[in-house]
Write a protein that binds this ligand. Structure first.
Ligand SMILES: [Mg+2]
Length: 345
């Protein structure tokens, strides 16, 4: 077991997620038949234009960056071990993301939460982030409500994948997988009130923590599902993961197999698809992320989570050169990953 708490693996995780997100962006709302008729029998094999460019990131990467910024600020303030400090920092980071998405709410956000909370960190200084990239309503509407949603007092019953897809930084920050799970669940519950919505997120944070501590993917899946099992509401997420892991090696990996696992719009399916694609990819990043985006479901989110996992496992050297060089906001994404490493590595 080699320790992977290095700047290269932190960057690998965050950049890998952004690359998977960018690959999925142009085909998020396309069926596999539409994807094949546009890109050929193999489906999408390289970046294609979305939001006016190749390599465009979407809400998944935006929210991952804001989650990382919340954690960085909680560490700077020495509040990263306390529920109150982490949730408050994570909540205000998400409000800053909301500030980039809803121009007409900006004055209200500053009035209700104060200039310091809303104009904090570095991300709101980047005008490229003030761009709507198909954000999920289950992320936007709880943040717009002005109420802080929690596990004990949820604002909705959503189990969309918007909690799990932004949770990799939590696993990088906490080297104790139980803590990663704990904070992953709490931070996801800010937007997703259904137990599966936040438990899948906690499981992904624990998995990332175990990988970055040097465990193999198989060991990290075993370890994170063991933590998940301790929660009374674990069945749905555990079953989805178990079913996906079971078909590894039994079928040829292709879109129709992914679609047996699900479409990925909901949390447990997004996580299970990403576990499957990462397991069959081994160290072949290209194979894993292309498999994770070529299906009729939520391609950018499954691409993002799979990219996070493979990048955490293997670092930045496994990315095809043009996927890294053409990635939107590459320097900013690297800077955030470096800052997270400086604080937590
Ligand atoms: Mg997206």
């Amino acid at each position: 077991m080699t320790n992977q708490r290095t700047a290269e693996h932190f960057k690998g995780c965050i950049l890998g997620g952004a690359i998977g997100d960018a690959l999925g962006a142009p085909i998020e709302f396309m069926s596999i038949d539409q994807i094949r008729s546009e890109f050929g029998e193999m489906g999408l094999t390289d970046y294609s234009e979305a939001y006016g460019r190749n390599g465009a990131i979407t809400d998944d990467t935006q929210m991952t960056l804001f989650t990382a910024e919340g954690l960085i600020l909680s560490k700077v303030r020495q509040e990263y071990e306390r529920d109150k400090g982490v949730i408050s920092a994570g909540y205000h980071a998400l409000l800053r993301w909301l500030y980039t998405q809803e121009i007409n709410l900006q004055d209200n956000l500053i009035r209700n939460h104060g200039t310091c909370s809303i104009v904090d960190g570095v991300l709101t200084g980047h005008k490229e982030l003030f761009s709507s990239r198909a954000p999920g309503n289950s992320c936007l509407s709880p943040l717009k409500s002005g109420k802080i949603s929690t596990i004990g007092d949820p604002i909705n019953n959503s189990k969309g994948c918007g909690g799990v897809m932004r949770m990799a930084p939590v696993g990088l920050a906490y080297d104790d997988p139980d803590k990663a799970f704990h904070f992953g669940c709490k931070l996801a519950a800010l937007t997703h009130g259904h137990p599966t919505g936040y438990l899948a997120a906690g499981t992904f944070a624990a998995l990332t923590s175990l990988i970055i501590s040097g465990n193999s993917l198989t060991e990290a899946i075993e370890g994170s599902t063991l933590i998940l099992k301790a929660d009374k509401n674990h069945e749905e997420t555990l079953r989805a993961i178990g079913d996906a892991v079971d078909i590894v090696g039994k079928e040829i990996p292709e879109p129709e197999v992914i679609e047996k696992i699900g479409a990925g719009w909901i949390a447990e399916e997004a996580l299970a698809i990403s576990f499957y694609c990462s397991l069959v990819a081994d160290d072949d990043f290209k194979k894993g992320v292309l498999l994770s985006v070529n299906h009729s479901g939520d391609s950018d989110s499954t691409g993002s989570i799979t990219g996070n996992i493979l990048g955490a496992l293997y670092g930045i050297d496994i990315f095809p050169e043009n996927w890294l060089s053409e990635l939107e906001l590459k320097e900013l994404i690297e800077e955030v990953a470096d800052d997270l490493y400086d604080q937590f590595g």
